[in-house]
Design a protein around this ligand. Sequence first.
Ligand SMILES: Cc1cc2nc3c(=O)[nH]c(=O)nc-3n(C[C@H](O)[C@H](O)[C@H](O)COP(=O)(O)OP(=O)(O)OC[C@H]3O[C@@H](n4cnc5c(N)ncnc54)[C@H](O)[C@@H]3O)c2cc1C
Length: 527
Amino acid sequence: MITTARPTDYDVLVVGSGIAGLSAALTAAPSARVAVVTKGALDDGCSRYAQGGIAAAVGDDDSTELHFEDTIAAGRGLCHADAVRVLVEEGPARIRQLIEWGVAFDTQDGELLLAREAAHSRARILHARGDGTGLEVETALIRRLRAGGARVVEHADVSGILTTSDGVCCGVSITTSGTPAQSTSLTASAVVLASGGASRLWRNSTNPKSATGDGVALGYNAGADVSGMEFSQFHPTALAMEGAPRFLISEAVRGEGALIVNRDGHRFVFDVDPRGELAGRDVVARAIWDELGRSGERCVYLDCSPLGARAAMRFPTIAATCAKYGLDITHDPIPVAPAAHYMVGGVCTDLDGATSLPGLFACGEVAHSGVHGANRLASNSLLESLVFSKRAAHAALGWAAESPPADAASISRSPSPRASTVDPREGWDTLHDALWTGAGVVRDAAGLEAAGRACASVAASTAGATALPMMQLHAAASTASLVCTAALAREESRGCHLRSDLPQASDQWHGDLVMHKDRGARFDRHL
Ligand SMILES: Cc1cc2nc3c(=O)[nH]c(=O)nc-3n(C[C@H](O)[C@H](O)[C@H](O)COP(=O)(O)OP(=O)(O)OC[C@H]3O[C@@H](n4cnc5c(N)ncnc54)[C@H](O)[C@@H]3O)c2cc1C
């Protein structure tokens, strides 16, 4: 137990500086004492890498109702309709706010340019710098944050959530490198968790190093409900070349006319879905996975030749990255394969970002708001981050205004420090391989059990670690274990959770699997 200073250091403390964290901080900062704590530099995280864009019903031929229907269809029966309603209805206002905050979306003749992406029934994807949407948004928000209002703490790893003796969140502990690691506490009336996703836990991933699922482990260990962890979305088309990173080739490329073909030039996705390349992510990823299994090849190909010279102009980042590896996208087919991309599950929140732990709020990819159901519709995640970060910031401000200052706190991580003998590199290799082989695009019970055992063993051998690298590995292993547990428990195939041993969706599983540290798992059936 430690005694916290009165008053708290901050009214609202935001963990993470991607689009969700920055937007929450910018919303809260004008009227409160706000800090943003982030484990790397401000612009680390997934947001800056987002290419395709942000979905919002702003086109003349579009409506929030159509955006609602497309999102619900992608979610395979598990979307929370009230959350989707909020997403699509508040989306256009958040786009206007981004423009006010200085984001320059691509336009033509003064009109916003809208692109079409897989499983969207209308062209509704706003983009910037061609395929540099995330970078443009992140840069504009950082510029605004730097201009004043919130304290920024970079290179500070949040390693625990502080709770009062009555189980109310009242700050975070931060750990810096060294053995033993140095931990300090920052107290706050409300904490907004915006620490992003977990897809870097898989061997093949489109995500940067920061995306190791820390926030899920933090929330879970502090006593918040976590759900949807069985739904890990795999992007169908990541660059698959020896020596190259699994760089994402955006859906928007297919939206503009690129074709997916096998070595013989056959457009095999049409064999399983009449929408072909424009089918949902789960369908296309599964089709490619099966094609790779059938052919024994390491990749299939994305043929951008139908776009001609436009390919390089519309997708300058993709063209430049492929050129680094000797590919001219205007006529060379791009070798692609699926890679882990997006974590649908996370810390459960209500429509205002409140978690089940009083004083703790969550938004962005770390949160499970229910908008994505069993499968995220492309380009809805930046929108979710924007819409729900604003709501979470307002709710956190309200909570901070009403809650009395906390006076005693405990740290929600293992209280008994002990040295770990695990080699961190081996530990990470174990997690990466276990998830890729056991909890990949298509899973089964035997693979999930083996992966779960491997992840749990890394978690056990790093529990109570006092050096930062081991604490990071422990958080990652804890989140990876939750993925395996949830994926094993959900005995059906639905959305991006595909079980070869249970290939059908089942009415019995029409709901959310919610996990709690002390209370175990429960099933919240959708009515
Ligand atoms: C290559 C790529 C392309 C994508 N393209 C699109 C797209 O076109 N459209 C779309 O809608 N979505 C896209 N996505 C998904 C989208 O980018 C993310 O879902 C979104 O950016 C998540 O934002 P976030 O703020 O929640 O998380 P992030 O942007 O990942 O930020 C998380 C922040 O938390 C920090 N953090 C993590 N752990 C800790 C800790 N323990 N302590 C302190 N700080 C911590 C990180 O350093 C980072 O600053 C893409 C993702 C990738 C990887």
